[in-house]
Design a protein around this ligand. Structure first.
Ligand code: PHE
Length: 375
């Protein structure tokens, strides 16, 4: 009898210490496309977040606790994004979530995080509407009205180009928004839009749109899409004899896949981005070295933004001295002059980060720095 009682006590003690161990750590969630045509986005961001987390935990964690990352693959789907965020909040008991990369999916996630009052930081979704969903939604990247303006001014002033065509993905809120912001600035400067054509995510044939565009003889085509489609559009436009450059935004950032599909056709084209490997800042160079050593590839902008997103959350928790959601939210909103890899981050009253963009040119299938444009 006594032995039974002792065993019972032992089990209780073990159970209890198990529970205590659970609350001994802080869990942060990440949801992103780890598979599909935008897999680079999720994998890179997750790697950036993982590096930030490993560095933090090796220095003792946060508020005396280890920090753990719980990750879900959104498969690049809206439905799976919804399920991922719900799981993170309801089952995994996260104190904050990081995600998604793509704007359309962040727009699905934001209302869920907001309704549960769980701070959400998107590392890289640039559509302005996301943070307007509510006071728990933040980002560490610039927004598309700025990005569109950067490329319009670059084309008009730096390259002296006056005649553009636009080819946008109507299924992506990012692409539609960025196309509109680009057109707004470009036409206000005195440029003309000769054609405005559409495609949808997953398309592989762009001939009919490109033929219509070619007939209008634009000097360049603005393609604010994601790398998989952009690469095919680039190749097919050259096959049809279009000789001008393509231009676009941060969605182009996957050098490997862009080059693999587009080949030589993409050389000479330009896009705006969050960061460049050529930044001589010692802290940026240190990040690049450490990241490459850890993951075997150089960090792209999603990796750098993932790293920054995780670190502004750590910084907020440290300042809040608490993992209470409202306190984390308040601390996040007070983020000022945080030295990130993608620039100095200050969160404004819209919960957006105000920071510069870089213009890159694809040269010899490499991204080559052209200029930095301040906000
Ligand atoms: N800005 C894009 C969007 O909002 C996502 C993206 C960011 C893609 C950075 C590549 C690099 O959908």
């Amino acid at each position: 009898m006594k032995i039974f009682f002792l065993t019972f006590l032992l089990i209780l003690t073990l159970l209890f210490s198990g529970c205590e161990k659970e609350s001994d750590k802080i869990v942060i969630g990440f949801f992103g496309a780890l598979t599909g045509t935008e897999a680079t986005f999720g994998v890179s961001s997750r790697n950036g977040i993982t590096l930030a987390l490993e560095e933090l935990n090796s220095e003792g964690g946060l508020l005396g606790k280890k920090v753990e990352l719980k990750t879900y693959d959104t498969l690049g789907s809206l439905e799976e994004t919804k399920l991922s965020v719900e799981r993170l909040i309801k089952t995994d008991d996260v104190v904050a979530v990081i995600g998604e990369v793509a704007s359309s999916r962040s727009l699905v996630a934001a209302p869920i995080a907001q309704s549960h009052r769980i701070p959400m930081v998107t590392p890289s979704s640039t559509n302005p509407e996301i943070t307007q969903v509510g006071d728990y939604i933040f980002r560490v990247c610039f927004i598309d009205p700025f990005q569109g303006e950067v490329m319009a001014k670059f084309a008009f002033h730096s390259l002296k180009l006056k005649k553009a065509a636009v080819l946008r993905d109507t299924q992506s809120q990012y692409s539609v928004g960025l196309a509109n912001y680009f057109i707004k600035t470009f036409t206000s400067l005195g440029g003309t839009i000769l054609a405005d054509e559409n495609y949808i995510s997953g398309d592989v044939e762009f001939q009919s749109q490109l033929l219509k565009i070619r007939k209008k003889k634009p000097e360049f085509i603005f393609v604010p899409g994601y790398y998989s489609e952009v690469a095919m559009i680039s190749r097919q436009s050259k096959d049809l004899g279009f000789t001008g450059p393509l231009m676009g935004g941060d969605g182009w950032d996957d050098l490997k896949n862009l080059s693999a599909i587009a080949g030589d056709s993409i050389n000479g084209s330009y896009f705006s981005n969050h960061y460049t490997l050529e930044n001589p800042d010692p802290e940026v160079q240190k990040f690049i070295t450490v990241f490459e050593k850890r993951f075997g590839v150089k960090p792209d902008s999603q990796a750098a933004l993932g790293y920054d997103a995780a670190r502004i959350i750590f910084d907020a928790i440290r300042r809040a001295k608490s993992i209470e959601n409202q306190k984390i939210r308040d601390a996040l909103s007070e983020t000022k002059d945080f030295k990130g890899i993608t620039g100095t981050i200050s969160i404004n009253q819209n919960r957006d980060a105000v920071k510069p963009a870089v213009v890159l040119q694809v040269k010899k299938n490499n991204f080559s720095f052209v200029e930095t444009v301040g906000p």
